[in-house]
Design a protein around this ligand. Structure first.
Ligand code: FAD
Length: 287
């Protein structure tokens, strides 16, 4: 089933992002959690793709298990950075063979040991080119990433909006945002999308904070800003267990406000944490 059909039914969707375990960790560590996640009845799962495709087999395996065993739709993330055209085509073919109908088509980040990676030497320099390529191959439902505060590489937000419009026009069915901590940023972004005539559904991506260090590292990598009230929380709780409690409450408040303001759905970056996800859903009245 295509995820776009869920949006067409006008119900606010709830989706969970999970990530494959490291290659030296048994895949069962995530398989063992799928039943608990599935019991919370998300509309779909998204499964991330390891930087540079390191865990691509796992993305596919997990995405297809979700569909086959739990009968829940899955969205396989797919980055093209560092892949040859043959590898890209094989991956697309394998997704089709495993009945994956939904892809999150991404450019990806530079490999960790090559911060100055030259994307012009990549098969596709931008996600929009990957999307054009996938569209020619098969009838997938295609999601793409968007950045309410602008992509970290973008010199100006209006550049990012311009390229986002080009990307969506290549055939994007829906967008998922990078994490943000201030819902006003998201509501302003929705206004910008409409100014650029980008009309597809947009899912806000929310990540609960478990430790101050973890979120400072992630936010500094992706360029998400932190409102004063969040900085105060990080200062107060640091890396103590109380930070996790406060982080879950903070994410729950963001999600409740987004639902109340009529978003198409909410996308929760679960960090593979079943208990935290369950608490969030209870807090926002979904469980
Ligand atoms: P693009 O849309 O190609 O944009 C990248 C940059 O290029 C932007 O600054 C854009 O403005 C600019 N640009 C686009 N087109 C042009 C053009 N024609 N000319 C000049 N500039 C242009 N990474 C992973 O490795 N695995 C994952 O599973 C993963 N999942 C993600 C999920 C979400 C929801 C998000 C928001 C990000 C995810 N990422 C993931 C991170 C993502 O790979 C990086 O943010 C990456 O740097 C950009 O990917 P993109 O598809 O958004 O790129």
């Amino acid at each position: 089933m295509k995820i776009i059909d869920l949006f067409n039914s006008n119900k606010q969707t709830v989706s969970f992002e999970i990530f494959p375990p490291k290659l030296n960790t048994p895949i069962e560590t995530i398989f063992n959690k799928l039943g608990d996640f599935a019991a919370m009845k998300p509309d779909f799962f998204s499964v991330t793709y390891g930087a540079g495709g390191s865990k691509k087999g796992r993305t596919l395996e997990i995405a297809s298990k979700i569909k086959e065993e739990y009968r829940i739709e899955s969205l396989a993330h797919f980055t093209c950075v560092g892949h040859s055209i043959e590898e890209i085509n094989t991956m697309i073919k394998q997704m089709k063979e495993r009945n994956i109908d939904n892809l999150l088509a991404l450019r990806g980040d530079p490999p960790i040991d090559m911060p100055d990676f030259d994307f012009s030497k990549n098969v596709f320099s931008y996600a929009s080119e990957l999307i054009r390529h996938i569209r020619k191959q098969d009838n997938f439902c295609i999601g793409a990433a968007c950045y309410p505060e602008g992509h970290a590489d973008s010199p100006r937000i209006k550049h990012d909006m311009h390229y986002l419009k080009l990307k969506v026009d290549e055939g994007v069915d829906f967008l998922i945002t990078q994490l943000f901590f201030d819902n006003r940023v998201f509501y302003d972004f929705l206004d910008k999308l409409s100014a650029y005539n980008i009309t597809c559904p947009v899912l806000p991506g929310i990540m609960p904070i478990f430790k101050a260090d973890q979120i400072k590292r992630i936010a500094s990598m992706c360029g998400a800003s932190m409102p004063a009230k969040l900085v105060l929380l990080l200062d107060k709780y640091g890396n103590t267990p109380d930070m996790q409690k406060a982080g879950i409450e903070y994410a729950s408040n963001q999600l409740r406000d987004l639902l109340d303001n009529g978003v198409a759905g909410i996308h929760i970056n679960t960090m593979n944490n079943v208990e935290a996800t369950r608490t969030i859903l209870k807090n926002i009245g979904i469980l």
